[in-house]
Design a protein around this ligand. Structure first.
Ligand SMILES: [Zn+2]
Length: 235
């Protein structure tokens, strides 16, 4: 099973063969549908066999395979299908995911805070981090710094490293030590800003994000902080 979105996150339509179909769950030999993981929601879209359309309502990894849940049963192993993503939704996730990496890098760079989680969404995304200080104005300033980096239109590159290669990269040493038996580590680099292991889909240049704005800053107790941000479209 080939995860086409890792190579080309801009692929919106593809042809594939059904490898397994059990009830509403379908496994393909290759797919551009992103399964829910790493804080990024799954893609939606359609699988079409001849003229018959099957809506994809959920995509997840089960038993190490990407499973497409379709609304109606009927697909069978061996069927040839054309998959098409709901691109509007996916592109929001790509822009937001790259923005999440930038915001995490800015927060870490400015405060040394550990990033404890992130969740990308259609209307808003959030980054959680561990920091004693809670200063709404400073947090808004970090989001403005994100906008500067977006405007610098920096290249975003993805690649794959072996665990040995990852040990040579300061940002990845900890991860490479934690999961030494992984055959490869996928990395996402925002030039001059951030380098991290990530299996998500990203835009090619930060300029594609447009603009972001802080929607909410939350004090989640002790040292847990949360920033919600959204993409600003159409102005
Ligand atoms: Zn990521």
């Amino acid at each position: 099973m080939e995860a086409l979105y890792l190579e080309d996150s801009y692929l919106q339509t593809f042809e594939a063969t059904v490898e397994e179909a059990s009830g509403k769950y379908v496994v393909l030999d290759r797919t551009a549908f992103y399964p829910r993981s790493g804080g990024q929601p799954n893609d939606l879209g359609t699988l079409v066999r001849d003229k018959e359309e099957f809506s994809v309502v959920y995509v997840g990894v089960f038993d190490e395979k990407i499973n497409h849940e379709v609304k109606t049963q009927g697909l069978e192993a061996g069927d040839i299908v054309v998959g098409t993503l709901d691109w509007g939704r996916r592109y929001i996730f790509m822009r937001s995911h790259t923005a999440c990496h930038i915001l995490s890098a800015v927060i870490y760079g400015e405060t040394g805070a550990k990033i404890t989680g992130n969740q990308i969404g259609e209307t808003r995304s959030r980054v959680d981090f561990s920091l004693q200080d809670f200063d709404r104005q400073k947090l808004a300033g970090y989001v403005e710094r994100v906008n500067q980096i977006i405007e610098e239109d920096r290249p975003v590159r993805t690649g794959v490293l072996s665990p040995e290669e990852a040990l040579e990269v300061p940002e990845l040493i900890r991860l490479a030590k934690e999961v030494p038996d992984r055959d490869e580590i996928r990395i996402v680099e925002i030039e001059g800003v951030d380098l991290q292991a990530c299996g998500g889909t990203h835009v090619k240049r930060t300029g594609e994000i447009g603009r972001v704005k802080m929607l909410k800053a939350q004090n989640k107790g002790k040292a847990n902080r949360r920033i919600y941000f959204g993409l600003v479209d159409g102005d």
